[in-house]
Design a binder for this molecule. Sequence first.
Ligand SMILES: Nc1ncnc2c1ncn2[C@@H]1O[C@H](COP(=O)(O)OP(=O)(O)OP(=O)(O)O)[C@@H](O)[C@H]1O
Length: 279
Amino acid sequence: MTLKNDDAPLLLDLQEVTVWRESTCILDSISLNVPTGRHTAVLGPNGSGKTSLLKLLLRQFYPSITKDGHQGRVFILGQEVWHVDELRRKMGVVSSALDQNFLHGRTGRMTVTQAIASGFTANELSHFGPRMTLEVIQAVDQAAESLGIASLQKRQLHTLSTGERRRALIARAMVHRPSILVLDEPTSGLDIAAQHLLLDQLRQLASESDLTMLLVTHHIEELLPEINHVVWLKSGRVVFDGNKREAITEARLSGVFDVPIEVNHSDSGWYSASIASSR
Ligand SMILES: Nc1ncnc2c1ncn2[C@@H]1O[C@H](COP(=O)(O)OP(=O)(O)OP(=O)(O)O)[C@@H](O)[C@H]1O
């Protein structure tokens, strides 16, 4: 078992993990520790391997065997072997891939209530959902209420706006009170007002003491003030792993994105970035 100093298991412990897909090396001998009890952001440009790293955590990817016969190791919450459903039930996940699934087909025809309830079983179809016991119904209603979508509970997912559907996904991710919340570009596709509302709701969740948040994004505007630890990925490698203050500097962003970047830091703790003007 892999333990942090305080004996809590690490959320993720990658030991020299390489992932190949077709002829592309997506992750290149990555070693990384992500503890529980600390919010962490994984940042990086498009194609740097952020989603692939998440797929290792969600057991959608496994380490490849390299040409010299070496296979890296992935420990999740201290265990190398997991029953995938059991692992997924321990986490709440919000990603744009999931969002797409919840827009189409039979999954898209689930009501908001059914979709939120499906967080208990980590399935994406209502007939695999939990029995709607009083306890489940109360938890679903409470999650919908806290995300401000109680009035939408009878609506089918495919009829919701992107912002409403994203809030339904967060309610689903939180309904079973997981101790880990995984967010993959949670505000993508949202307008500025919906983005603001969602980030506010995520801040509230981040301040719950027993929740560990793992945020994966290329938008530093999504970096919640509550997240103080940053991992930068570039070309499938970890190029920085440390404190947010050292992570979000003009020099670092310019180096990671290979263009001159200006960074602003607001008094309320948010960051924004733009390409540095040449004039
Ligand atoms: N199944 C796959 N087959 C082939 N290549 C893949 C596969 N999955 C990912 N890749 C490649 O691996 C690289 C990393 O992809 P990944 O989606 O992890 O990046 P990302 O950092 O999440 O990017 P983005 O910010 O654009 O979402 C990309 O070059 C991508 O094309």
